[in-house]
Design a protein around this ligand. Structure first.
Ligand SMILES: NC(=O)C1=CN([C@@H]2O[C@H](COP(=O)(O)OP(=O)(O)OC[C@H]3O[C@@H](n4cnc5c(N)ncnc54)[C@H](O)[C@@H]3O)[C@@H](O)[C@H]2O)C=CC1
Ligand SMILES: N[C@@H](CC=O)C(=O)O
Ligand code: NA
Length: 443
């Protein structure tokens, strides 16, 4: 028997806030694919208005003029489902709160807002008995928040590793695959439309840090905000770092990492960090090229899981938004939203010093007897064990003699011990330069 083409239930009124890259694609799909979407939702989805800043602006998609409005406040008061795709904190936050007050379910892609206020907004929505979802906010099209919230809610996530910023992955991948400099790779990312004219939020790691805060909050059922995320961007990564990593069988990726750690007193907490990281080329995340995103999850019972796909772009991101809309509509049709998020974990955020990681340290040293012994002694005094050490001799040192380049990869050790080791080694008179210090995962 065929499913009826148009569900007989009263239409759900959908309001869209913002009609930019993502919003215009959401509007297009809602209009073009209305029949299928309505059938899947169990009720027709009627786009009743699109709030814009300027009525006659040029848009990616032609929309019926009657749908456009400058009055976002009024639009949200009269909708069953509000889709926020304006971005930024205000007026997006006030409009979402207003929608919740008026009993509307809310879908958003706003990573900046949800990194800052996600759990508080969720509590407001829950108290009002409406749904709030924001799958598009992390890793664009990739279904990752719903799997964490729903599919893995019966498991215990121990670690999340994500490539969650397409621009920086593209830049690092270009440097790795073509030998391009950082500046040339940024320019290529801009030419292809991945990086903004001002790519600061991407290359400084801020965009990934917002996504890391959201991933940590949902994975560990505790509120983590942007200030809980240790953040380092990729601006200091050089072509030499990439080439040296490649020689040793590694690739450099900007990773967002959230994991269960234990502090000095043995109490559990969560470390959340974003920084350039060396990964063995055999690690699944090393195979994520170009502007693609991927999230690798380790859970106690499920084991290792990997989610891969397009982390940005109007149409891919619209797919995630519409998935949230249909899922919310289904629950509305069935009656009652159900609770999808909890913040009852109460595990505290721990500082970067508590993290146990490995370092890859590049040193330029005088080529003299006893140098390696002095360096090794500092490592030993700090309790840092060396996994591998590679030495290369160069002719033509400052006095016409030879210099040596050392690359040392350590075993996992507390971040504070590693940092102290590097500082003490750097102070040795035989060290000409500390050429790079990068953390290593996946070994
Ligand atoms: N573009 C992408 O690939 C992705 C975007 N997102 C998120 O989706 C949201 C939307 O992103 P984009 O579409 O790329 O941004 P965009 O800048 O292309 O579009 C935002 C639109 O909202 C409009 N707007 C802003 N304030 C408004 C107001 N007060 N009233 C009416 N309209 C207003 C702007 O005029 C613009 O047309 C953001 O939160 C972004 O972080 C998430 C994942 C990927
Ligand atoms: N600037 C972001 C866009 C999506 O969130 C990225 O490069 O991934
Ligand atoms: Na997503």
């Amino acid at each position: 028997m065929n499913t009826p083409a148009t569900p007989s239930r009263k239409p759900l009124r959908v309001a869209l806030l913002g009609c930019g890259t993502v919003g215009s694609q959401v509007a297009r799909i809602l209009l073009e694919d209305a029949e299928n979407l309505g059938r899947r939702a169990g009720a027709p989805l009627e786009l009743v208005g699109v709030a814009v800043r300027t009525l006659d602006a040029r848009r990616d998609v032609d929309l019926p003029a009657g749908l456009l409005t400058l009055d976002a406040d009024k639009l949200v008061e009269d909708a069953d489902i509000v889709i926020e795709l304006m971005g930024g904190i205000e007026p997006a936050k006030s409009l979402i709160l207003r929608a919740i007050e008026h009993g509307a379910t809310v879908v958003s892609g706003n990573k900046a807002l949800f990194a800052q206020d996600g759990p508080a907004l969720y509590e407001q929505a829950d108290a009002a008995g409406v749904q709030l979802s924001y799958e598009a906010a992390v890793a664009g099209a990739i279904p990752i928040l719903r799997p964490i919230r729903d599919s893995l809610s019966g498991d215990r996530i121990t670690r999340v590793l994500g490539i969650v910023n397409g621009t920086t992955n593209y830049i690092l991948d270009q440097m790795d695959s073509t030998g391009a400099s950082f500046a040339d790779a940024v320019k290529a990312a801009q030419d292809l439309g991945y990086a903004e004219a001002d790519p600061t939020a991407d290359v400084e790691g801020h965009d990934a840090a917002a996504k890391a805060a959201i991933l940590a909050s949902l994975s560990f059922h505790t509120r983590f905000a942007l200030e809980n995320v240790h953040c380092e961007g990729i601006t200091a990564v050089t072509a030499d770092d990439i080439a040296a990593a490649a020689e040793d069988g590694y690739v450099i990726k900007l990773l967002a990492i959230a994991e269960i750690l234990t502090d000095d007193a043995g109490a559990a907490g969560i470390g959340v960090r974003v920084h350039p990281t060396l990964l063995p080329r055999t690690h699944p995340l090393a195979a994520v090229h170009g502007a693609f995103n991927a999230v690798f999850i380790e859970a106690e019972n499920a084991g290792e899981l990997m989610f891969y796909g397009q982390g940005a772009g109007g149409t891919p991101t619209a797919s995630a938004v519409l998935g949230d809309v249909i899922s919310a509509a289904r629950r509305m049709v069935l009656g009652g939203p159900g609770r999808t998020e909890t913040t009852t974990g109460h595990v505290p955020p721990l500082s970067i010093d508590t993290v146990r990681t490995s370092y890859c340290i590049g040193l330029e040293v005088a080529d003299q007897p006893g140098v390696l012994a002095r360096i090794a002694q500092i490592f030993a005094e700090n309790g840092v064990s060396i996994e591998t050490m590679r030495q290369r001799i160069h002719q033509g040192g400052p006095d016409g003699g030879t210099t040596a380049e050392l690359r040392i990869v350590t075993h996992r050790a507390p971040e504070a011990s590693l940092a102290a080791t590097v500082a003490q080694v750097a102070a040795l008179d035989v060290i000409t330069a500390v050429s790079s210090v990068l953390r290593v995962e996946g070994i």
